[in-house]
Design a protein around this ligand. Structure first.
Ligand code: IVH
Length: 666
C-alpha cells in the first residue's frame, strides 16, 4: 500500500507538471481522476501515510485565522523604473561606467514584467516549507495556505539532489482569461468585481480560505532567488532561470539575452510592445537585468533597488475622460448591461469611446453620474472599463435603469435576488430573438443541422425569421432568395428542420432558452414532471423540488410559461409537428426520497461528493448547500463543521457515511 501510495504521488505530481507547467499533458483526464480517487482512498484508509507532497495537501481543510509574519533571510527588493529608451540606456551606461567599462558591452537579460504580486517560496531539501508576500521587503506574511493551491508550484522540487536551502522569488498572477471569467461570474453572482488581474491575484492570495484561492486560476513564474545553499554554481542570471525551470517551474515567455546596445534595446521594446496583447497574462513593462552575476555583485544595491536591473514601464493605460451618456444593451437572455459612452480618449495605443459598466451595483459602487470625469483603464486586450470618478461633473444626471426595453419596449424587471435587470419580452424581443433562434437550432438542442448561425442571421435580417416558431413556416424560396443559397441547399435546410421535429421533452425545454435553465436542469424537469403541461403549470414549490432548481430559476420558469407570447410560440411549434414522447415520472417506489431535501457535509471517504449527490438525486431527493428546518437528513463525513452543529441544534436527522451507504447502496 505504501509503495502504491508513493507511486501515485509521483505520477500525479508529474502529470500536474506536464499540464500546468509545460502545457503538454500526456495522460487522459479520466486516468488522472482515477488515480486521484485511489490516492484519496488510501489516505482515508491509512491517514498515517499522508505526506506534505501529496497533491491532496494543496488545499487545506480549514481557513486560517490570521497571517503569521515571516522575516525574509535575504531582503526582497524593488526595481527602479525607466519610462523611455533614453532612461533605460542611461541606466546601463551609468552601470558600465561604475564597472569601469567604456560602453555597455555586457549581456543584458530581458524578461516580461509580470503584473501580479511578488512572492518568496522557501524549500528545504527540495520540500516546500512556506511562501510569503514581500511585505516591507524585510518581513512579509505567510501565505503558504493559498500559494500551495497553485498547481504550477511544485510541492517537491524535481531533482534527485535538491539544494539544502532555496528561496525562490517570483510573481503570482492571474491570466487574462481567468480574470475575465472571474469577473463574468462576479457580475452574474452579484459579488465584487475586480479592477484588474493584479488585484484579483492579490485578493485571491490574501484569502483566509484556501478553497477560494484553489478555484481561481492562479499561476507563478519565478524571476530570481534569495537564499541558496546547494551544489550548483551559477555564473549568469540566465543559468538560474534555466535551473529553476528544471526544478519544475514555469518559464517567463519571450526572454532574451543581448548585448546592451541602444539598437538592441530599441528592437526589444518594439518586439515586446507588439507581442504584449498576445500574451496570456498582463505585463506592465520589461525588466532588464545584467546577466553576469559577478557584475551584479560588484554593482550591488542602492536604497531598495539593485543597480544592475531596471524596469522599463509601458506607457500608462489609464486616462481620464468625460462620461457623456449611458446606453443599455440587451443580451440573449434579456439582461440589460449599462455601457458608458465616453468623450473619445487615447489609452494604451487605441481610441476608446465605450466602456462596460457591468451592472447597476457597479454604477452605485463607483458613485457615477453622467457628466462626471472618469478614469478609464485598458488592460491589454481586456475590454476597457471605468475605474473611478476623478472629477465630479458640474451638471450631473443620475443613471437610471430604463423601465422599458430599449429594443422591444417590454417592461424591464429586476431578477429576483440579483443585480441584473432583464427585459420581460422573452421570445418577442428583437435583441433576444436571433440569439435565441441560434440557441434553439444548435447541435446541443434541436440540432437542426443545416440551419447555422450565418443563415439564421441572414433570415432574421430579412424578416423571415422573427421567432423560433417561424422556423417551421420557412419555405424553399425564403432560403433560396438569400445570396449563395441555391434551391438544393434550401431543400437540405427544410429536410433538417423536418427531421428535427421528433425530439425529447428535456431537449425541447432546454432549447427554449429559459433564463438559467441549461441542458441538465431541463433534463431534470422532463424526468420529474413527465410532460410539458405539468412543467408549464407547476407551482414554485413544485419546481424547487426538482434537482438543480432553486427559487430564482423556479421563478424564471414560471415567468416564462406565464408569458402569453411564449405560450403562443410554443403552441405554434407543436401545431407545426414538433413532438416528443411523454416521459414516465419514476414511481414513488423507485424514488423513496421524493420531495425531501438532503445536505452533504464534511469529507466523504468512500464516495465522492458528485457520486453521493447523484445517488441522492436518483432516489428523488434534492441536495442543498445549507441546513434548515426543512432538511430531511444531513449526511456527515469527516471533519464536519457548522452544518453538523446546525443540524444538531435544529434536531434534523443525521447519518454518517457508512450508515448512508448501508441504507442506499445495493
Ligand atoms: S526582478 C531585485 N523580474 O516587479 C530584483 N521583478 O517593480 C527584484 N516583477 O517586486 C525583481 N516581473 O514583484 C523582477 N521579471 C521580473 C518581474 C519582476 C514582475 C515585479 C516584482 C518586483 C516588482 C518591482
Amino acid at each position: 500500500m505504501k509503495q502504491r501510495y508513493s507511486e501515485l504521488i509521483c505520477k500525479i505530481n508529474q502529470w500536474d507538471q506536464e499540464y500546468y507547467v509545460l502545457d503538454d499533458p500526456s495522460e487522459s483526464d479520466a486516468e488522472y481522476d482515477r488515480c486521484f480517487t485511489e490516492l484519496l482512498a488510501i489516505e482515508a484508509a491509512q491517514p498515517e501515510l499522508i505526506t506534505a507532497e501529496s497533491p491532496s495537501q494543496r488545499v487545506g481543510a480549514t481557513p486560517i485565522q490570521d497571517y503569521a509574519k515571516i522575516t525574509h533571510q535575504v531582503r526582497m527588493l524593488s526595481l527602479a523604473n525607466a519610462f523611455s529608451l533614453a532612461e533605460t540606456y542611461a541606466f546601463f551606461e551609468k552601470a558600465a561606467k561604475e564597472l569601469g567599462h567604456d560602453s555597455v558591452d555586457f549581456s543584458v537579460y530581458s524578461e516580461p514584467k509580470l503584473d501580479g504580486l511578488a512572492i518568496s517560496i522557501y524549500y528545504e531539501n527540495g520540500k516546500f516549507v512556506y511562501a510569503a508576500t514581500r511585505g516591507d521587503g524585510q518581513m512579509g506574511e505567510d501565505v503558504s495556505h493559498t500559494i500551495k493551491t497553485i498547481k504550477s508550484i511544485p510541492l517537491k522540487l524535481n531533482s534527485p539532489n535538491p539544494p539544502k536551502h532555496l528561496d525562490i522569488r517570483g510573481e503570482v498572477f492571474m491570466p487574462k482569461q481567468a480574470f475575465e471569467k472571474l469577473n463574468r461570474l462576479a457580475t452574474s453572482n452579484h459579488t465584487k468585481i475586480f479592477v484588474n488581474p493584479r488585484n484579483a491575484a492579490a485578493g485571491s492570495i490574501r484569502q483566509m480560505n484556501p478553497k477560494i484561492a484553489a478555484e481561481r486560476d492562479l499561476q507563478f513564474i519565478p524571476y530570481g532567488i534569495g537564499t541558496y545553499e546547494g551544489e550548483q554554481v551559477f555564473r549568469y542570471h540566465s543559468d538560474i532561470m534555466h535551473y529553476l525551470h528544471s526544478l519544475g517551474f514555469k518559464q517567463n515567455p519571450h526572454c532574451f539575452n543581448f548585448i546592451g546596445s541602444y539598437e538592441n534595446f530599441t528592437q526589444n521594446y518594439a518586439f515586446m510592445s507588439d507581442h504584449r496583447a498576445d500574451l496570456a497574462m498582463e505585463i506592465d513593462g520589461i525588466v532588464y537585468k545584467i546577466d553576469d552575476l559577478t557584475l551584479q555583485d560588484t554593482l550591488g544595491f542602492i536604497a531598495r533597488s539593485p543597480k544592475w536591473a531596471v524596469a522599463r514601464k509601458f506607457p500608462a493605460q489609464n486616462e481620464s475622460t468625460q462620461l457623456l451618456a449611458v446606453d443599455f444593451q440587451v443580451g440573449r437572455t434579456g439582461v440589460l448591461t449599462p455601457v458608458a459612452r465616453l468623450a473619445p480618449v487615447f489609452v494604451g495605443g487605441v481610441t476608446v469611446s465605450n466602456a462596460t459598466l457591468h451592472n447597476m451595483d457597479e454604477i452605485e459602487r463607483l458613485g457615477l453620474c453622467i457628466g462626471d470625469e472618469v478614469e478609464i483603464q485598458r488592460a491589454g486586450d481586456v475590454i476597457p472599463k471605468v475605474v473611478k470618478v476623478t472629477v465630479i461633473g458640474n451638471t450631473r444626471t443620475p443613471i437610471i435603469m430604463p423601465s422599458h426595453c430599449p429594443v422591444c419596449g417590454s417592461s424591464v424587471a429586476q431578477t429576483l435576488g440579483q443585480a441584473s435587470f432583464r427585459c420581460t419580452g422573452g421570445l418577442s424581443c428583437g435583441a433576444q430573438s436571433a440569439e435565441r433562434i441560434k440557441h434553439y437550432a444548435s447541435r446541443k438542442f434541436m440540432n437542426i443541422n443545416n440551419l447555422g448561425t450565418k443563415l439564421i442571421e441572414a433570415l432574421y435580417d430579412t424578416g423571415k425569421l422573427k421567432t423560433i416558431a417561424d422556423i417551421y413556416q420557412l419555405n424553399s424560396a425564403d432560403i433560396a432568395d438569400l445570396d449563395g443559397q441555391g434551391l438544393k441547399s434550401a431543400q437540405n435546410v427544410l429536410d433538417s428542420i423536418e427531421s428535427s421535429k421528433t425530439t425529447k421533452l428535456g431537449t425541447f425545454i432546454g432549447a427554449l432558452g429559459i433564463h438559467e435553465v441549461g441542458e441538465e436542469s431541463a433534463k431534470h424537469l422532463a424526468k420529474h414532471f413527465g410532460n410539458l403541461t405539468a412543467i408549464s403549470t407547476a407551482s414554485l414549490e413544485e419546481l424547487v423540488a426538482v434537482p438543480d432548481i432553486g427559487p430564482v430559476i423556479a421563478q424564471n420558469i414560471a415567468d416564462f410559461f406565464n408569458d402569453i407570447t411564449n405560450q403562443t410560440i410554443i403552441a405554434d411549434i407543436i401545431a407545426a409537428g414538433v413532438n416528443w414522447p411523454d416521459e414516465v415520472p419514476p414511481s414513488p417506489n423507485e424514488q423513496p426520497l421524493l420531495g425531501q431535501t438532503w445536505v452533504l457535509t464534511g469529507t466523504l471517504e468512500k464516495l465522492t461528493r458528485t457520486e453521493a449527490k447523484a445517488l441522492l438525486e436518483s432516489l428523488g431527493a434534492k441536495v442543498a448547500g445549507s441546513v434548515s428546518k426543512k432538511t430531511a437528513c444531513v449526511v456527515v463525513g469527516k471533519d464536519a463543521g457548522s452544518k453538523l452543529k446546525t443540524a444538531e441544534t435544529l434536531g434534523n436527522k443525521i447519518l454518517d457515511e457508512s450508515a448512508f451507504i448501508a441504507a442506499f447502496v445495493d
